[in-house]
Design a protein around this ligand. Structure first.
Ligand code: CO
Length: 134
């Protein structure tokens, strides 16, 4: 069911410092920071030949990733996103296999303007999974 890794998201305490690490130390192509108020994050996209890394920093009050930084003050991997062809079909299949979909089960529009859902980390080896319809 799942296809390519669309992106790996890393929450960072300092977006400019993290962007500099990826650009200057690791030699990757790094975007300018982009605010996504609807998701409560500012992102920097790191373009790799086979996938993307998304550096995330909380934006505004009540950002869902603010708590993550409290627990992980130096940052850490937040989620991995897999591509699916049909998100409603993928959701129904996952639920039928006992997986928990976060939220109300309705896809929201993710950072790339495509429908996304998040899956409970306890059902997936302790890793928060995002699925994105491509
Ligand atoms: Co994501």
């Amino acid at each position: 069911m799942i296809g390519r890794v669309n992106h790996i998201a890393i929450v960072v305490p300092d977006l400019n410092a993290a962007a500099a690490i990826y650009r200057d130390t690791l030699g990757a192509m790094v975007s300018e920071p982009k605010d996504l108020p609807g998701q409560g994050v500012t992102t920097v996209f790191v373009e790799l030949p086979n996938t993307k890394i998304e550096l995330l920093h909380p934006l505004g009050e009540g950002s869902s990733i603010a708590k993550f930084l409290v627990s992980n003050p130096s940052g850490g991997m937040h989620h991995i996103c897999y591509e699916v062809d049909d998100i409603a079909c993928a959701r129904d299949t996952l639920i039928s296999k006992g997986a928990r979909v976060l939220g109300n089960g309705a896809p929201s529009i993710g950072a790339h303007g495509k429908p996304v859902l998040f899956l409970h980390p306890k059902d997936f080896c302790g890793t928060l999974i995002e699925i994105e319809q491509i």
